[in-house]
Design a protein around this ligand. Structure first.
Ligand SMILES: C[S@@+](CC[C@H](N)C(=O)[O-])C[C@H]1O[C@@H](n2cnc3c(N)ncnc32)[C@H](O)[C@@H]1O
Length: 371
């Protein structure tokens, strides 16, 4: 991993490097339609007026750096327009972008995303479990930031690892409000004086969720406002390729050191729960054709109240109904739909076994012998 001054050629991607320079210029030097995901944490344009002090009169280490200063909203909008245009050019047609910001800038970025033809998929509220208090007591404690997740265009086939996110959330669908702590303790990088190396270092937990949810191993993730390299570090751990752009040398150095000390998780650990939609379809009839279930054999409903007989063509017949495993289940339950795979069981050695076990067996065979 090394810092480069410019992308080497117009076609090759400088993978796993931190590029030095203005992100708009650098992005424009990279090949178009080449990036799977962009994570952008741009300047907030905080418009701070004077120093902020705690009740004990100590000065708050706020974001007052030169890189966060813009002369007006118009200047900030011009900058936003330019970097989003450059980012859009880089994205593959099915690529996606995440932007993160506070109330100072996120609405301006949201409007510009839509103006440029990106398609907003969600806004996600990162609720900080340990926010900084509002010292003046004149407004609410600012306890969240907003992320916008957008595909390159409406109808694009963006990556969404629904099952993996659900698994991360203990089997419950992942919601759009994420409660995660701000970056503190060992994770917070320090300079040689023991001060924060960067005022806005994001927590790795946030990037972990973003990357597990919206990329796959081997995908290329670009961060045009790399800072301390949080995106790169998490991408590396998760087996994704990264490209960082950062124009401040001090931050590039911090990021380089961090990345050097970051290890990729092993291959097995990187496998996540697959999306059900991505798993190969197995027709119920195949279980019958292959003799895993025999015509005439009874299947039993999950609640034990109903049974139906398997027919030679892979349909079921009950007392007053015949049809697919799903249709018969739905009819018997008086429900608009039913997932027959999880509704029906067969009997083996006197015990009920869900028919889905047989489907998984076939899928496992398919995975061992692709094509
Ligand atoms: C909000 S911080 C990103 C922090 C980062 N997410 C992290 O976890 O460390 C924005 C960064 O963008 C950099 N930056 C600002 N304008 C830039 C530009 N035009 N080109 C490249 N980098 C820029 C700043 O130096 C700063 O480090």
């Amino acid at each position: 991993m090394k810092t480069m001054t410019k992308a080497k050629s117009a076609t090759a991607l400088p993978l796993n490097t931190i590029l030095d320079g203005d992100c708009i210029e650098v992005m424009n030097s990279l090949p178009e339609n080449s990036i799977d995901l962009i994570f952008a944490d741009p300047p907030y344009n905080l418009q701070l007026k004077g120093d902020l002090h705690r009740p004990d009169n100590s000065k708050v280490d706020a974001v007052d750096d030169e890189w966060d200063q813009f002369s007006s909203f118009a200047a900030y909008d011009k900058f936003t327009r330019a970097w989003l245009k450059a980012a859009r050019r880089l994205l593959k047609p099915n690529g996606a972008i995440w932007v993160i910001g506070s109330y100072h800038n996120v609405f301006r970025m949201g409007a510009e995303l839509q103006n440029q033809g990106f398609w907003i998929l969600n806004d996600v509220v990162w609720r900080k479990s340990n926010p900084m208090p509002n010292f003046r007591g004149k407004r609410f404690t600012n306890a969240h930031e907003t992320m916008i997740w957008a595909s390159k265009s409406e109808g694009a086939k963006y990556t969404f690892n629904y099952e993996a996110l659900k698994a991360l959330n203990e089997g419950v669908q992942m919601r759009s409000d994420w409660v995660l702590p701000i970056c503190t303790g060992h994770e917070r990088l320090k300079d040689e004086n023991g001060d924060k190396a960067h005022p806005t270092q994001k927590p790795e937990s946030l990037l972990h969720r973003v990357l597990v949810g919206s990329t796959n191993p081997g995908d290329v993730v670009l961060d045009p406002f790399f800072g301390t390299g949080t995106t790169g570090a998490v991408a590396k751990m998760l087996g994704r390729e990264f490209i960082g752009i950062e124009r401040e040398e001090a931050y590039r150095k911090v990021a380089e050191k961090r990345l050097k000390n970051t290890r990729k998780f092993d291959r097995e650990a990187l496998q996540v729960s697959a999306s059900k939609r991505a798993e190969p379809r197995v027709p119920f009839g195949q279980l019958v054709e292959r003799g895993m279930l025999r015509p005439g054999e009874n299947l039993y409903s999950i609640n034990g109240r109903h049974k139906a007989k398997v027919r030679a063509d892979g349909t079921l017949i009950g007392d007053d109904v015949k049809g697919s495993i799903h249709q018969v289940g739905a009819h018997l339950e008086g429900a608009p739909s039913c997932n027959g795979w999880t509704y029906w069981s067969y009997k083996q050695d006197g015990k009920r076994v869900p028919i889905d076990v047989l489907r998984q067996q076939i899928r496992a065979e398919m995975a061992e012998r692709p094509n």
